[in-house]
Ligand binder design. Structure first.
Ligand code: ADP
Ligand code: MG
Length: 312
């Protein structure tokens, strides 16, 4: 069963259509990417899932429970890390975690265990008693994420968790997201306008722009929407024009270029190609030093489908 269902969600602010008829189904256990440039409607979608903003139209169900009809049950297994940090600056990390844990109904020994766990997984145990206002932006982010995980929700939604923070905290958050998913089986919706992050974390994703779905599916499905071309870059110590001629006869190879020891082959995505290419190279004593197969990036997909760049 899907942990989250959005059916034809629409939200309008005055004359601005922030979210335009979005549907989505997420299976439990995924790290799902919600990718789109600033103003695409990502935070509005998340606010509607969190029941902070009511959709004008459409239905939302979390873990099979309608958000409209069974709000408490629906939200029980939901954790949201908001885009803007929601922590008390004058309280310590421990007291912030205590606050959020209590809000989620935790108390006594379990609350204490969860606070210890949160400090452990954020790597901020030694700073636990410091006031949040003395934390770096990245450290605040980590505590903000841990706060949303205090009740161990089965669905955790993170809204642009790595914007404006140092690379060390960024790597920590990416690693932390993978660990949550692996060790607790938490389903994660990872929202970002950084395509590299979504590319490295998420199996399935949805790309939105101006409130509309641009593309949705697995990474390879989405990439294939714009192109089924792959490029193999092969570093060789030996190359002849005869090798080039033979490679050109392989089905679905569309172009060959050899320059400065690197053979670049453009080909249609196909599992048999690479084997055929290897056979030709090995059969003709071309010593292979390195192979790199490239598929189109999500940036290319976005550019192709919208005519603009995802970057700031
Ligand atoms: P994203 O999170 O992808 O950057 P948002 O969901 O924040 O996008 O915003 C989508 C669009 O809706 C933007 O044009 C934004 O200006 C507008 N918007 C968002 N929240 C409000 C609001 N409370 N009032 C009016 N317009 C809003
Ligand atoms: Mg946003």
């Amino acid at each position: 069963m899907s942990i989250l269902e959005l059916n034809n969600i629409t939200k309008r602010y005055d004359d601005k259509l922030a979210v335009d008829n979005i549907s989505l189904s997420i299976e439990e256990g995924e790290i799902f990417g919600l990718l789109g440039p600033n103003g695409a409607g990502k935070s509005t979608v998340i606010s509607m899932i969190g029941d902070l903003v009511k959709p004008d139209q459409g239905e939302i169900a979390i873990d099979g429970h309608s958000l409209k009809k069974e709000a408490i049950l629906a939200k029980k297994n939901l954790g949201i890390v908001p885009q803007d940090i929601a922590l008390y600056e004058n309280l310590s990390a421990i007291n912030n975690l205590k606050f959020w844990g209590t809000l989620y109904g935790l108390k006594g020994a379990l609350l204490k265990t969860r606070i210890d766990e949160a400090l452990e997984i954020t790597g901020l145990k030694d700073r636990a008693k410091d006031k949040i206002k003395n934390y770096s932006g990245g450290m605040k982010r980590r505590i903000n994420i841990a706060a949303a995980f205090m009740h161990h929700p089965r669905l955790l939604i993170m809204d642009e968790p790595t914007v404006g923070i140092d690379p060390q905290s960024r790597n920590h958050i990416l690693e932390f997201t993978r660990n949550l998913n692996k060790e607790y089986g938490t389903t994660v919706i990872y929202t970002s306008h950084y395509m590299e992050e979504v590319e490295s974390l998420c199996g399935k994703l949805m790309i939105i722009d101006e409130g509309k779905v641009i593309a949705s599916g697995s990474q390879s499905e989405i990439k294939r929407m714009v192109s089924n071309e792959e490029t193999a870059e092969i570093k060789l110590t030996h190359y002849t024009s005869e090798i080039g001629m033979k490679l050109n006869t392989i089905k679905d190879v569309s172009g060959i270029n050899y320059n400065a020891g690197i053979l670049t082959i453009a080909m249609k995505e196909s599992k048999t190609n690479l084997q055929d290419i290897m056979d030709v190279l090995i059969g003709n004593n071309a010593k292979i030093e390195n192979i790199n197969v490239k598929v189109p990036s999500l940036e290319t997909v976005f550019l192709t489908l919208t005519g603009k760049s995802l970057r700031d």
